[in-house]
Design a protein around this ligand. Sequence first.
Ligand SMILES: Nc1ncnc2c1ncn2[C@@H]1O[C@H](COP(=O)(O)OP(=O)(O)O)[C@@H](O)[C@H]1O
Ligand SMILES: [Mg+2]
Length: 323
Amino acid sequence: MSILEVKDLKVSFPTVMGKVETVKGVDLSVNPGEVLGIVGESGSGKSVTSLAIMGLINIGSGKIESGEILFEGKNLIDLAEKEMCKVRGDKISMIFQEPMTSLNPVVTIYKQLREVYKIHRPDKKNNCKDELIELLDKLNIPDPKSVLNKYPFELSGGLKQRIMIAMAMICKPSLIIADEPTTALDVTTQAEIIELLKQIKGEGNSGIMLITHDLGIIAEMAQRVVVMYYGKVVEECSVNEFFNNAKHPYSKDLLGAMPENFNERFQSIEGNVPSLYEDVKGCAYYKRCKKRKAECENSKPPMITLKDNHMVRCFKCEKGDEK
Ligand SMILES: Nc1ncnc2c1ncn2[C@@H]1O[C@H](COP(=O)(O)OP(=O)(O)O)[C@@H](O)[C@H]1O
Ligand SMILES: [Mg+2]
């Protein structure tokens, strides 16, 4: 059974030009022990979906318009903030993209990690130091004792991200959401963080939702892939299917833009994602799609199941119309 099941999630934000829906009906699920990779261009709604799962949409100006976020048999959307507080950081943790800004600059690492105990493990809050040293050591943080006494500015970007990961791991959550955990880091540090995530994946039965634009990381880490475009899932399949048999023209274009796959010159995907203010009648990829048909302009393609673990939102992928 899945740890998490998101069904037809819609999220909107008020803007000066009126309300815009940025997540337009997302369905996805995460199984125990699995890494679900989520890919898609900037602005496709990956972070907003994660924030909705964490119950952090209402804290800003956003609104969950409809849908369900089922976790351990409960619809998280129905939970009061007090109840959601118990889930957040304990059963579901998030590793954010920006380790630089996610830590409080004027509080020592020890005090920040201790906050998690205060909220979720109050019985241990006065004697959590040894456990923290052990955790930091396990996450390959050198000299954990002295790191605990430092302020964020005294640590490198990679170390700060390790601290964020430690914070996410304290309560041994059953779901970890890592939103572009390596994007703000240099290449060597990226590799170290990926190794660390692999270690976490190997250890427990947590499910990991890994958002990244780096398809190399997807190949290394994920079992299943969800491709998002313009607030919707446009393809979902196993990682093997994704790299060998992706069907959606957008997925294919993403794969074509991988450094390994272009010959002489960099292949970018021409055009842009439509503006959220645009009235898109048909497929959101229509204008950029090399395989478009007339009907794609004015009708929205439904999600089609091609086989057991492969679904795609594309008219062109209907049986008998592949070429
Ligand atoms: N607080 C907000 N107010 C208004 N629009 C927002 C807000 N947060 C995100 N958005 C919009 O929602 C869309 C999806 O954003 P996001 O989920 O961050 O994309 P991704 O993570 O896939 O790059 C973007 O167009 C973004 O501008
Ligand atoms: Mg994002």
